[in-house]
Ligand binder design. Structure first.
Ligand code: GLY
Length: 394
């Protein structure tokens, strides 16, 4: 009996000593999983492409009926899979992933001349932007500078913003997501020396700070402007629960993009705004750090989460932690770490060959349309890997 008790106590002591996985170990585990998953996702894309030869196919999500959802190169998310492949190549050094990244990136090249949508910022920066950063391939430069000039055609000096969509529902729509695309203008300015691109990005950010944010520093999703006068006409809920609610990914785009603006401009107002956004978000996160799809959903806690918002927020918090005092920095990093640890748990991380080869589960695209709800999304995968790379390079 005594011996059994001793064995039991020794086991309990060992279990008590079991240490937490380090962030380096976690990063290694997640990139290992991503390397397996993305080969599976690529094979699935090849199968879809076989049925529709000639047009490049990109992963998107999973349909309500459980089938794989793909897109063409024009869909705003087409740059995220090549971008994720670039991160896997950067982390592992395995040329297989470089070749895959190039394969998916090649189909995006025509976007450099696209002028009817704002999302070429996401599409070209995640693909060609990472390619340039990682490989130094100078062939990426004209693609990025052309892309920046194409995006610049959407800038209206009266409004002070680049227009988001051309849909007839709005006169001159500007969505908070559009802040992310300012990185293409800023990158394009640096690569080409064309200062007007940078001025447009700064103007867009100031106009967004002025009109897109409520007094509590949460943000709206969609604003509609009158391009004749530059006046705000109307605010729309967009993908949020209501016009007054805080759609989680919208808050995430804000938290990512204002530190990015500060990185390029050194403007203290961008930094102060980024801090204000972070201070709005932090107290509203659930225990595991993964936000519900809308902070004001009446169905919380019986509602779906948005892993993609957490991944984007973690990136923003890690960057912001480098610009603030020691205490705030530690606070932002501890929340980012919590988010990353939750996303890396078996609850969120897909197991091998699960969900067609996406990396993360439980994101939400457009809840009120029942589209991409509690599903994988390519941008959740992309920003999760980016957050891990940002953490590693701190
Ligand atoms: N509108 C882009 C997004 O779903 O975040």
């Amino acid at each position: 009996m005594k011996r059994i008790l001793c064995v039991f106590l020794a086991a309990a002591a060992l279990a008590g000593c079991s240490r937490q996985e380090t962030m380096a170990e976690l990063t290694d585990r997640v990139f290992g999983r991503a390397a397996v998953q993305f080969l599976c996702l690529d094979a699935n894309m090849d199968s879809v492409a076989l049925a529709c030869p000639g047009s490049p196919v990109y992963p998107r999500s999973i349909n309500v009926d459980g089938s794989l959802w793909t897109s063409d190169y024009k869909w705003w998310c087409s740059g995220f899979f090549p971008g994720s492949l670039w991160y896997v190549y950067e982390y592992t050094g395995d040329p297989k992933y470089k070749n895959l990244a190039l394969k998916y990136q090649a189909g995006l090249e025509p976007l450099r001349h696209r002028t009817d949508d704002h999302d070429i910022g996401f599409q070209l920066m995640c693909s060609y932007g990472n390619c340039l950063r990682i490989t130094g391939d100078s062939l990426c430069v004209p693609v990025l500078t052309d892309g920046a000039r194409s995006l610049a055609t959407r800038f209206d000096p009266e409004v002070g913003c680049t227009r988001s969509w051309d849909t007839k529902k709005y006169v001159f729509s500007v969505i908070i997501d559009n802040m992310m695309n300012m990185e293409l203008l800023l990158k394009g300015a640096g690569l080409s020396g064309d200062e007007s691109l940078r001025e447009m990005a700064v103007s867009h950010a100031y106009t967004t700070m002025k009109n897109h944010f409520r007094k509590d520093n949460s943000c709206y999703h969609v604003l509609d402007y009158d391009p004749e006068t530059g006046e705000l006409i109307k605010v729309y809920p967009g993908q949020g629960y209501s016009v007054d609610s805080a759609w989680a990914r919208g808050q995430a785009w804000a938290l990512y993009s204002f530190p990015m603006m500060y990185r390029f401009t050194g403007d203290p107002q961008m930094l102060a705004h980024a801090v204000a956004v972070a201070e709005y978000i932090l107290p509203r996160l659930p225990e595991d750090g993964i936000p519900y799809w809308d902070f004001d959903s009446p169905d919380i806690p019986d509602d779906v989460r948005d892993a993609s918002a957490a991944a984007v927020m973690a990136c923003g918090l890690i960057e912001l932690s480098g610009y603030v005092d020691k205490d705030s920095s530690a606070r932002y990093l501890s929340v980012a770490e919590k988010m990353i640890r939750s996303l890396a748990s078996e609850e969120y991380l897909a197991s091998e060959e699960e969900v067609y080869g996406f990396l993360l589960k439980h994101s939400t695209g457009f809840k009120l349309r029942n589209s991409e709800v509690d599903a994988p999304l390519t941008y959740a995968d992309y920003y999760f890997l980016e957050a891990l790379m940002r953490w590693r390079s701190m």
